[in-house]
Design a protein around this ligand. Structure first.
Ligand code: GCO
Length: 446
């Protein structure tokens, strides 16, 4: 079945997503302070081949070129994030006027090119000076973050109406404060629990601040999510999958929805108690205008005696003889339908936007072209599942491809290429892939 954008309705929002640290470069110029990712990726042993994003896609200098590319492809919405330490170098206090000026120019040029900006306030690049004070494990971050949010709305809220508070808190708390494989590289349950509760508090408080300063704002926040299934038929595998679903898919959306943390289904969350102060529970909830669902794959789970607290382990896609992307993520389009049906059940959010979906595959540049059929097939299959969920009644009203250009994929460096546009990181040359033209043709078929 061939689908077209008109199947999704005239008000559906089509776009692409990026993130400051992954594309901007200019990591320490024009007054910008270091972020935890600047420090983490410039510390040997933390990233693939010790790669860093000091230059990345050089978006800081080439933003007009990339926005022109978007306009050329007919992409009407652009999701990008603000670098907190480019705007407030130490995280609190003095503002960097050159940083403000850069984002003013990006916003103004988007609008000039007829492209709607969608801004993520926090996409993992915490100012390093705040991490030195404990970062997300320090409850003071609720105030630090609130001041940063208010400042961004004051500077940019006159032209930007679409705001996302956090990007995937489950990932930056889990990978950055429990496993230590993302910045700031901290490990252990206590740092994870503290970072989790303070992030959940910032998620809702950020929404309240935007709402108080910008009454016509369209406010959301984003969640990573994967369809979780038991690997075996046993009760133990079923219960393990249920616990992993509570951790990976419910931990942050349910307090926001006024349901509290899913403690009944994941006992380890009882250990959040010491971080929860009087009155916090009611503050965790906020009626966002939308929630951003960011789904790529399915995970299969079996019970494990060797992973205390969760008693579960992932059966990797490479062990299951299935089609995978360059991230070793299973290509499983039904995961998108399942996640939209799941998140569509939280009734206090007006709508869902798919704020990220895409695939990394090896791209071969040949005679100036990249014939990335696998990426086209991935996008087409997942879009069909978005339409399936929409037709089943889910209020899903947008889809943003991750990503416009190939970029710095965190600890995996530049190896995984997610872009609709290829980047030669030696020369910074851009080449539109077949998938970029495919998406452009899909969008003009209305
Ligand atoms: C995430 C982040 C993006 C990633 C993308 C591919 O979802 O992890 O928002 O920064 O680059 O998802 O992994």
């Amino acid at each position: 079945m061939k689908i077209e954008d008109k199947n999704f309705g005239p008000d559906f929002k089509w776009g692409v997503s990026t993130a400051a640290y992954q594309v901007e470069g200019a990591w320490y110029s024009d007054g910008k302070g270091k972020s935890i990712w600047d420090v983490f990726s410039n510390t040997g042993g933390n990233t693939y081949k010790d790669q860093n994003a000091n230059i990345a896609c050089d978006f800081y200098r080439r933003y007009t070129h990339d926005i022109i590319l978007m306009a050329k492809l007919g992409i009407p919405n652009f999701r990008f994030s603000l670098s907190w330490s480019r705007i407030i170098p130490n995280g609190t206090g003095k503002v960097n006027p050159i940083g403000i000026e850069f984002y003013n120019r990006v916003i103004d040029f988007c609008l000039e090119m007829g492209i709607e900006p969608w801004i993520t306030l926090y996409h993992w690049d915490l100012p390093h000076e705040l991490e030195k004070k404990g970062g997300w494990t320090n409850r003071d971050i609720i105030g630090w973050f609130g001041d940063y949010v208010a400042l961004c709305i004051r500077y940019f809220g006159d032209r930007v109406k679409n705001w996302m508070i956090l990007n995937e808190p489950m990932v930056y708390t889990g990978a950055g404060y429990f496993l230590g494989v993302h910045a700031p590289g901290r490990k252990g349950l206590n740092s994870f629990l503290a970072a989790t509760h303070h992030s959940a508090m910032c998620q809702s408080e950020g929404g309240r601040i935007v709402r108080s300063l910008l009454n016509d704002a369209h406010i959301g926040t984003t969640f990573s999510c994967s369809y979780i299934e038991p690997f075996g038929q046993s009760i133990n595998d079923g219960m393990a999958a249920f616990r992993v679903d509570a951790l990976l898919n419910r931990l942050f959306v349910e307090p926001l929805a006024g349901l509290g943390y899913p403690v009944a289904d994941l006992k380890l969350l009882q250990r959040l108690e010491p971080y929860i102060k009087d009155g916090d529970e009611s503050k965790l909830a906020f009626n966002m205008d939308f929630i951003g669902v960011q789904n790529y794959t399915r995970e299969m789970i079996s019970h494990s005696h060797f992973t205390p607290l969760i008693w579960a382990k992932v059966i990797g896609a490479d062990k299951r003889n299935v089609e995978t992307t360059d991230m070793n993520w299973e290509v499983y389009p039904e995961s998108m339908y399942e996640m939209l049906m799941k998140f569509g059940k939280y009734k206090n959010f007006k709508e869902i936007i798919v704020t990220e979906n895409g695939a990394a595959f090896p791209d071969i540049l040949a005679d100036g072209k990249i014939h990335d059929e696998k990426r086209i097939s991935y996008l087409d299959q997942y879009l069909k599942q978005v339409l399936r969920a929409k037709n089943a009644g889910v209020k899903v009203n947008g889809y943003f491809v991750w990503s416009l250009t190939d970029n710095f994929e965190w600890a995996e460096g530049y190896k995984p290429r997610f872009g609709l546009v290829y980047v030669d990181f030696e020369t910074q040359e851009r080449v539109i892939k077949d998938s970029g033209y495919w998406y452009s043709n899909f969008l003009t078929n209305c």
